[in-house]
Write a protein that binds this ligand. Structure first.
Ligand code: DUC
Ligand code: ZN
Ligand code: ZN
Length: 470
């Protein structure tokens, strides 16, 4: 099946141009000058022609940080791979990289197989895996080498969650040394979990059990200290470092200092840290704030976190926007922490709204159109070894394409989202721009407000090494 997308404005990380895109089967075979002889011939021969006049033609989104079905705090993230990837598709994301989880005492291989089984045959869009190493030991270090050979080329470590995912500095250094040897990328949850737990215990002893206290005890200093420590450990371990879900100005400052001295350090942020804050969201009355409990936490509005993060996105000190999609319903899930914020499962669902929320940065003059694409598609594809199969519009790339209508205004609501959540963290947010059509490996999966894809269309993506290794 050949398809020509004509009359659109093609946006890539390098610019915006009127161009026609020719798809054959699952791949883009040519990007053509509109009206040229080849474009006219392509149209005559195409089995399907899509008129993209007035809309942007962008590479499908690559969300490098999701947690479908993540077991956390005695429950599981409420989106499974089928629902979660379908919601992602609605929002213009055509690839996710999710996290397989290994904890102390568990075999990495068995854990990975469990995650493969959860995803296989269920995904609407393509997917890959990072591996969480919660138990660093001789065997898991060896397993890291084998995983890299099999396309799992990045490993998440935690400086937070003692007793669950936490690794001490010695373990972190050993995993970093292993990554330096095998080409893997170390992803770091950078918060000082030992110190956080002290403040959390003291808060509960004082009777401060409401959701907002989650944000108060997870101090920005703890994020910045851990970010600094991770950077120093990575320098000694001689491996590249990718800080996940960066939320605080102080942590960004550590990344900036490291990058300015030439360190191979990268950071991602997430829409919740660009739009939501501790007082107005996590501090909502009653138990409502639980819907905003995530880690790293939302930061205070009485500082410049949002402005600083937007600036970081412009200067490339923040290179990627992912979601850390980890949804839980209020009922029966967030409610586990009704009497104690420490028992609220951590996470916000957002896989469906990342492209739209970041596009508001274009509308508001924070970032350019090409930068939007670079942050949401191109850099994550490069960072996680998927480029140029993913993350761009060029001959030879997978035909993962989104037609984005900049002239459609709508409002995010629990009543129109597709994630398995009984609330929306962005309820009432007005969005300028809308995902119009989504094509995944040549197949149209969203069209005219209808999902036309299927579970199992999405395929596992064996990833190469990060393109940011030196
Ligand atoms: N943070 C979250 O908010 N949820 C899952 C894990 C994490 O690090
Ligand atoms: Zn994390
Ligand atoms: Zn996460």
């Amino acid at each position: 099946m050949t398809t020509l997308i004509k009359n659109g404005t093609v946006i890539t990380s390098t610019g915006a141009d009127g161009a026609d895109v020719l798809i054959d089967g699952e791949q883009i075979v040519a990007v053509l000058q509109p009206g040229s002889d080849v474009a006219v011939a392509a149209e005559a021969g195409a089995e399907r022609v899509i008129d993209a006049a007035g809309v942007y033609v962008i590479p499908g989104g690559v969300d490098g940080h999701t947690h479908m079905e993540l077991p956390f705090g005695g429950t599981n993230a409420s989106d499974d791979f089928e629902n979660g990837t379908r919601a992602a598709a609605w929002g213009g994301t055509t690839t996710i990289v999710d996290f397989a989880v290994q904890k102390e005492g568990e075999a990495v291989r068995d854990c990975l197989e469990t995650w493969f089984a959860k995803a296989e045959g269920n995904c609407a869009i393509d997917y890959g895996f990072h591996q969480i190493i919660g138990g660093v030991d001789d065997q898991s270090l060896k397993d890291m080498d084998a995983l890299v050979d099999e396309g799992i080329t990045s490993f998440k470590l935690f400086m937070a969650y003692p007793g669950v995912f936490y690794s001490d500095d010695g373990k972190i250094l050993r995993a970093m040394q292993q990554a330096a040897g095998n080409g893997g990328l170390i992803m770091m949850h950078a918060e000082n979990g030992i110190a956080i737990d002290v403040l959390a215990e003291q808060a509960v002893e004082r009777g401060e059990t409401a959701p907002v206290n989650h944000g108060r005890v997870r101090r920005a200093e703890f994020e910045s200290e851990a970010t600094h420590r991770a950077i120093q450990l990575a320098k000694v371990g001689a491996c590249p470092l990718y800080i996940v879900h960066l939320s605080a100005s102080e942590a960004l400052e550590q990344v900036m200092i490291a990058r300015d001295r030439g360190a191979n350090v990268f950071a991602e942020t997430c829409p919740q840290y660009l739009y939501l804050n501790l007082e107005d969201h996590m501090g909502r009355p009653g138990f409502e704030g639980a819907g905003y409990v995530c880690s790293t936490p939302l930061r205070t509005k009485h500082a410049h976190h949002h402005e600083d993060l937007w600036q970081g996105l412009r200067t490339n000190d923040l290179s990627v926007v992912a979601t850390d999609h980890c949804p839980f319903c209020m009922k029966d899930q967030k409610e586990l922490g009704l009497d104690d914020f420490r028992a609220i499962p951590n996470g916000i669902g957002g896989v469906e709204h990342r492209m739209d929320l970041l596009y508001q940065g274009v509308v508001n003059g924070e970032i350019s159109l090409p930068r939007w694409v670079e942050l949401c598609s191109t850099t994550p594809a490069r960072m996680f070894g998927l480029y140029p199969r993913k993350g761009t519009i060029q001959a030879g790339a997978d035909a993962d394409i989104v037609l984005y209508d900049p002239n459609h205004t709508w409002t995010i609501s629990v009543n129109n989202h597709h994630m398995t959540m009984d609330y929306s963290a962005y309820e009432g947010t007005e969005i300028n721009g809308h995902v119009h059509t989504v094509i995944s490996r040549g197949r149209t999966i969203i069209e005219n407000g209808t999902y036309t894809g299927s579970a199992g269309h999405g395929q596992y993506q064996r990833r190469g090494l990060s393109q940011y290794l030196i």
